[in-house]
Design a protein around this ligand. Structure first.
Ligand code: ZN
Length: 282
């Protein structure tokens, strides 16, 4: 059982209690020294839901809220849900179910509206949206950006952060200016699966050593994540739940103490208004 003198937060992972390891993965994280988790709901179609309305997202979100409750009981710190609509849904709707992009946009915005209800009720910490990371038609790209803008608007209205799944880039200036227009502070725009630096938002850096070194050397606000997907059919597809604590161990050995404080105390406070030290119960 590893324990650090600092909170250790994985800013983006998934837990699937029905098909994956669920809280067993949380035990691995906790035993390795992890203390706090932001758990993002799995894409609706991977949980077997063929959504028709915004309300159909409710059971998807409730699955995440339930597993977060179980995770919090196991952690020295706690877990929080992050709820939203995966941007890949647009292609499922348009390519597989015959939606036109405009109708796909409406359904995805309705899903985000449902997620925002949970944030307003205090049952979720932040929202999640984005746009495809693969090539799409202009109409689908435009519809996706309009969904993303709706996400920014909801985040501004709920006074919360918005995690984004986007194309691979280190420049989200376009999104940051849309955030400005809607009154959402740009540090609350969090790019998931990020490189070690980002223009226009806060990077949630994938926890490989090269990327973390870049983030640590720069000293800008950043978060750390694994994007663990908890999918038994794709065991090697992503980093495992022990990765963030292991990388923290390595960073402390390398003398990156300030970067550890940045990613696990200061940036979580800046972005989500959470106190990872006060919520640590040892
Ligand atoms: Zn993810």
């Amino acid at each position: 059982m590893q324990e650090f003198d600092t909170p250790v937060l994985d800013n983006h992972l998934h837990l699937d209690p029905d098909h994956g390891r669920g809280v067993e993965a949380v035990k691995d994280f906790a035993r390795s020294g992890g203390t706090h988790l932001l758990v993002v709901n799995k894409p609706s179609w991977l949980l077997g839901h063929e959504v028709e309305t915004g309300a159909d997202f409710r059971p998807v979100f409730e699955t995440t809220i339930d597993v977060v409750r179980g995770a919090s009981e196991l952690l020295d710190g706690r877990a929080w849900p992050v709820l939203g609509v995966h941007p890949g849904l647009v292609s499922k709707l348009v390519d597989d179910r015959g939606f036109d992009p405009e109708d796909a946009h409406d359904l995805m915005c309705a899903g985000l509206d449902t997620a925002a209800e949970f944030v307003r009720a205090g049952d979720a910490l932040a929202l999640k949206s984005g746009r495809p990371h693969y090539d799409v038609t202009d109409a689908v790209w435009e519809a996706s950006n309009d969904v993303l803008k709706h996400g920014l608007e909801l985040a501004a209205d709920c006074d919360c952060a918005l995690q984004l799944h986007t194309e691979s880039t280190t420049d989200l200036s376009d999104v940051a200016s849309w955030a400005d227009e809607r009154g959402l502070p740009r540090e609350r725009v969090v790019k998931h699966y990020a490189q070690g630096h980002l223009v226009g938002g806060t990077p949630s850096v994938m926890s490989d050593r090269d990327r973390l070194e870049v983030a640590a050397e720069r000293g800008d606000p950043f978060l750390m994540e694994t994007d663990f997907i908890d999918d038994p059919d794709r065991p090697g597809a992503v980093m495992g739940p022990k990765t963030v604590p292991r990388r923290v161990d390595w960073m402390l050995e390398e003398g990156y103490d300030a970067a550890v404080r940045n990613a696990h105390v200061e940036t979580p406070a800046l972005v989500y208004d959470i106190d990872t030290e006060a919520t640590l119960d040892r």
